[in-house]
Design a protein around this ligand. Structure first.
Ligand code: NAD
Length: 459
C-alpha cells in the first residue's frame, strides 16, 4: 500500500466515526455477524494460509485460532446490548436527588497491530472488541505470517468498507506511518522492544494503549507435584506451535530431588507426542532468521534431548537442556521456540528472588499439590496471568482477562475485558429539576455552614 493512502484511510475513518453510525448497537451486532459469516465462508482460506506460512495444520489452525475467534464473536453478539448499557452507581448525599451512571462510549478510530505466531488470534479478537465497543478499526497484521495477513485482508476488504474496518498490510514502514497518525486507541501484540516503539509513538498523541507483550514464563515443578500430569500438561504447552507462544512455559524450575525423574518423563512425553511436520503435530519456525537465533541458544553440552536443527527447513527439534543457570545465554531473553531449559533448585526462596529481580513475566505456572507452596508462589511472584497444575489454558477462559504486567504488557482483553479496552466509561451525574437545596449557592453564610456540618455530623 502507498504510504500516503494510510493517512487517507485514517481520515476517512475519523469522518465516519463522527457520523455516529458505529455507535448504534444494532449496527455493531450486524457487523459482528457479518464478520463471522465471512470467516466461516472463507475458513479453508484461513487454514491454507497458515499451512503455507509455517506448516500449521488445519487442526491447530481451527482449535487454537479460528474456534477462539468465533467464540469471541459469539460472546460479543450475546452480550453487547448489555455491555453497551449505562451502568448505574449510587449517588451520594450531597447530590441527592439525582441519578449517577457510567456511560460506555467508544473511543473512536482505533488501530490493532497483530503478531505472527497466532496471526488470527492476535489480530481478530481485538478487532471484534473494537467493533463491539462501537469504534472504527484499522488492522495491521504481521507481515511475517504473510499468507495469513493476505487472507485477512482479502476476507475483510471484500465485506467491509475501509472507512469502517480496514486491513493495512505491511512491515516497519507501514506500521511507522500508521503510528504517526492520531488514533484514539492502539492495541498492540508483539515483542517488548517494538512495544516500546508503539508506546512512545502513542504518547505523542496521548493515545491510550493496550500492549500485549512477552517475557520469560517460569514453570515450577515442585517435589509434591503429580509428576505424570505435570509433564503431560507442561510438554504440550511448551511444544505446541513449536514453542512460539507468548504464554508458553519458557523454562522449568524443578526441585533437585525429582530432576532426573522429570527429565526422563519429559523425554518420554516428547516421544509419545510424535512431533513432526509430516503429521501436522509440529510447525516450522517462522523464518530462517528466527531459526538461526534459536539454534545459537542450544548448548550441545547441556542437551539431554533433541538439539538437532535445520535452518533452511526452519526446523528446531523439541529440545531439553539440563543444568542451566540463570546466567546462561538462553536465560537472557524470551526463547519463543521449542527449547526447554531446566534449572534445578534446592531453595525455593532463592529462585523466587532471582525471578523477582527480572522483568515481570506474562505467565507463571505452578505444578504442586502443596497449598502453601502454591500460595507462596502466587503471592510472591507478579505475572500477567498464570495457572496451577496447568499451563497455557488460562487464556482460553474468556472470563479471565488476558494481559501482562510490567514489561509483559499493560491492560487486558478477551470477552467483556476486550470491550472495556476499547471503551471509555463517561461518568454522568443526572439531576432532576424538581428540587434544589440552596446550601452551595452564594452568599455563603454561617447558617449554611452550620447546616452542612449538621448534615454530615461534623461537630
Ligand atoms: P514483533 O514485535 O516483532 O512484531 C509485532 C508487530 O509489530 C508486527 O505487526 C510488526 O509488523 C510490527 N513491527 C515490527 N517491528 C516494528 C518496528 N520497528 N516499528 C513498528 N512496528 C513494528 O513481534 P512478533 O515477532 O510478531 O511476535 C513475537 C513477540 O510477540 C513475542 O515477544 C511474543 O511473546 C509476543 N506475543 C505476545 C502475545 C500476547 O498476547 N501477549 C501474543 C503473541 C505474541
Amino acid at each position: 500500500m502507498d504510504l500516503a493512502d494510510i493517512e487517507k484511510i485514517v481520515e476517512k475513518q475519523r469522518i465516519y466515526f463522527n457520523t455516529n453510525v458505529t455507535k448504534d448497537v444494532s449496527f455493531r451486532l450486524n457487523q459482528l455477524k457479518k464478520l463471522k459469516t465471512a470467516l466461516i465462508e472463507n475458513e479453508q482460506l484461513l487454514h491454507d494460509a497458515v499451512k503455507k506460512d509455517f506448516k500449521k495444520s488445519a487442526f491447530e489452525s481451527f482449535a487454537n485460532e479460528v474456534f477462539l475467534v468465533y467464540e469471541e464473536i459469539d460472546i460479543a453478539v450475546k452480550n453487547v446490548k448489555w455491555w453497551a448499557k449505562r451502568k448505574r452507581v449510587k449517588t451520594n448525599l450531597i447530590n441527592f436527588p439525582a441519578k449517577s451512571y457510567r456511560l460506555p462510549e467508544p473511543l473512536g478510530t482505533t488501530l490493532v497491530i497483530g503478531a505472527w505466531n497466532y496471526p488470527y488470534v492476535t489480530s481478530l479478537p481485538p478487532v471484534i472488541s473494537a467493533i463491539a465497543a462501537g469504534n472504527t478499526v484499522i488492522l495491521k497484521p504481521s507481515e511475517l505470517a504473510n499468507n495469513a495477513s493476505k487472507a485477512m485482508y482479502q476476507i475483510i476488504s471484500e465485506v467491509f468498507d475501509q472507512k469502517y474496518l480496514a486491513v493495512v498490510e505491511g512491515a516497519v514502514p507501514e506500521t511507522t506511518t500508521l503510528l504517526e497518525q492520531k488514533f484514539d486507541k492502539i492495541f498492540f501484540t508483539g515483542s517488548v522492544p517494538v512495544g516500546k516503539i508503539v508506546y512512545e509513538a502513542a504518547s505523542k498523541h496521548l493515545t491510550p494503549v493496550t500492549l500485549e507483550l512477552g517475557g520469560k514464563n517460569p514453570t515450577f515443578i515442585t517435589e509434591s507435584c503429580d509428576l505424570k500430569r505435570a509433564v503431560q500438561r507442561m510438554i504440550w504447552a511448551k511444544y505446541l506451535n513449536s514453542g512460539q507462544i507468548c504464554v508458553a512455559p519458557d523454562y522449568v524450575l524443578v526441585h533437585h530431588s525429582i530432576k532426573d525423574k522429570f527429565i526422563e518423563a519429559a523425554k518420554k512425553e516428547i516421544e509419545a507426542s510424535q512431533f513432526s511436520f509430516e503429521n501436522g503435530n509440529y510447525v516450522q519456525i517462522i523464518t530462517e532468521k528466527h531459526t538461526d537465533r534459536l539454534s545459537k541458544l542450544i548448548d550441545p553440552e547441556k542437551v539431554v534431548h533433541g538439539g538437532e536443527f535445520n535452518i533452511s527447513e526452519r526446523y528446531i527439534a523439541p529440545t531439553i537442556m539440563q543444568d542451566v543457570s540463570f546466567d546462561d545465554p538462553i536465560m537472557l531473553d524470551e526463547i519463543f521456540g521449542p527449547i526447554l531449559p531446566v534449572i534445578s533448585y534446592d531453595n525455593l526462596d532463592e529462585v523466587i528472588s532471582k525471578i523477582k529481580s527480572r522483568p515481570k513475566p506474562l505467565a507463571i505456572y505452578v505444578f504442586t499439590k502443596d497449598k502453601q507452596v502454591k500460595q507462596k508462589l502466587l503471592s510472591e511472584i507478579s505475572s500477567g496471568t498464570g495457572a496451577v497444575n496447568e499451563a497455557l489454558m488460562q487464556i482460553t477462559n474468556p472470563n479471565l482477562p488476558f494481559g501482562g504486567v510490567g514489561s509483559s504488557g499493560m491492560s487486558s482483553y478477551h470477552g467483556k475485558f476486550g470491550f472495556d479496552a476499547f471503551t471509555h466509561y463517561k461518568s454522568i451525574l443526572d439531576k432532576p429539576n424538581w428540587m434544589e437545596t440552596n446550601l452551595k449557592y452564594f452568599p455563603h453564610t454561617p447558617r449554611k455552614l452550620k447546616l452542612i456540618k449538621q448534615m454530615f455530623r461534623i461537630s
